[in-house]
Design a binder for this molecule. Structure first.
Ligand code: KG4
Ligand code: ZN
Length: 357
């Protein structure tokens, strides 16, 4: 089934604000007469440099920086799209999950803007933003599909039959894949965020150099576990001692190989289980080159189509929030509200917004 527009509740111009963690993202999306909404402009400010000194995200600093960035970014996207604030029909923001203080900045700004402009607001689920982010690409997917959602906080396999129709097939029972990258990178003394740093170093190493566990690979279900892998990396690093430095690239490559193998095999198992021929990969770890290469190769063999977000839209951004809002409104899944009593949800499972499939 192609993504088609419903003529009810159409709100043409949607401003999206993302502030759940360490990136401030703002974007403008316009609903189309038919088909997928169109991204008009987006702007992003990454706080990575600020948090690097601390080896991870400092929530209070994140909130304060979102406050500084969100209005200048809004001005920028309005100017780039050649629109003015009064053209906006709905102000969408990330309602959760994420850091409470950081979420409150986006929600507060969205509700203040909505009140001032006399326009309704809509709170978006951050993971739904990631999940629907491949619709921002030049080759958007069609429903239904299997989704592999791999971010810093989540690792989930889902059956997706339409907007808001998500069925969880399996998820991590402990660490997320992004967390496994980040924590292993930290153990090796690599920078924050660890995923890209570890992946870069891994390019100079050998993925088979160290034998690391593939947790739950043969569990017979679609759940993941990455906490044991991190411990195995720590044990290896300690065993190597002074020898770690010259073997770091090999350890990084072996860690990446273990994470990627599990993600690929479980994704293939999910495709088998559902009988689907389309896979959508979303979330920050979806930017990983080895993961893309191995998924592409495995899916080509099985005549499965794989869709990814554009590389620069894999990690957090405002475009995915505006897009998810536009798609929810078009699908008649949610209505924007003029009740500006914002409430954020730092913990919020995606199932909570899913209709039964
Ligand atoms: O989706 P995201 O931006 O934030 C969350 O919602 O969590 O994902 C961030 C995660 C981090 O753990 C980061 O290390 C990981 O995505 N990541 C990567 C790569 N780029 C980002 N992991 C592996 N390889 C990459 N190239
Ligand atoms: Zn995210």
């Amino acid at each position: 089934m192609a993504y088609t527009r419903r003529m009810t509740d159409v709100a043409p111009l949607i401003l999206g604000i993302e502030s759940s963690c360490d990136e401030t993202g703002v974007a403008l999306v316009e609903s189309q007469a038919s088909g997928v909404p169109k991204l008009l402009s987006h702007a992003l400010y990454s706080q990575i440099e600020m948090h690097q000194a601390y080896g991870g995200v400092v929530p209070e600093l994140a909130s304060r920086d979102h406050i500084r960035r969100v209005l200048p970014l809004t001005k920028q996207v309005m100017a780039e799209a050649g629109k003015s604030l009064k053209d906006i029909d709905v102000v969408a923001y990330t309602r959760g999950p994420g850091l409470a203080g950081a979420l409150l900045v986006g929600a507060g700004v969205a509700c203040a803007m909505g009140t001032a402009l006399g326009k309704p607001v809509l709170g978006v689920h951050h993971l739904e933003g990631h999940l629907l982010s491949p619709f921002l690409s030049v080759d958007p997917p069609e429903f239904p599909f299997v989704a592999l959602l791999v971010s810093g906080g989540h690792t989930q396999l889902m059956r997706v039959d339409g907007v808001g129709r998500y069925e969880m097939l399996g998820e991590t029972i402990d660490d997320a894949a992004g967390e496994a990258f980040d924590k292993s990178a930290k153990l090796m003394g690599l920078g924050y965020p660890g995923g890209p740093a570890l992946a870069k170093l891994a390019e100079q190493g050998e993925g088979t150099a160290f034998k690391l566990p593939r947790p739950l690979l043969h569990s017979g279900n679609l759940d993941f576990s990455f906490a044991g892998l991190k411990t195995a990396v720590l044990t290896q690093a300690q065993r190597l001692g002074d020898e770690l430095e010259p073997r770091k690239a090999d350890l990084a490559a072996s860690t990446q190989a273990a994470i990627v193998e599990v993600l690929v095999k479980k994704s293939l198992a999910a495709l088998d289980q559902t009988g689907m021929k389309r896979l959508v990969v979303a979330g920050g770890v979806g930017a990983n080159k080895l993961l893309r290469e191995q998924l592409n190769a495995a899916c080509m063999k099985r005549k499965v189509r794989v869709h990814y977000p554009e590389l620069h839209l894999c990690t957090d951004n405002g475009a995915m929030i505006a897009m998810a809002a536009a798609m929810r409104l078009q699908a008649g899944q949610q209505e924007a509200t003029r009740a500006y009593t914002f409430e954020v949800k730092p913990r919020w499972p995606l199932d909570a917004i899913s209709q039964s499939v």
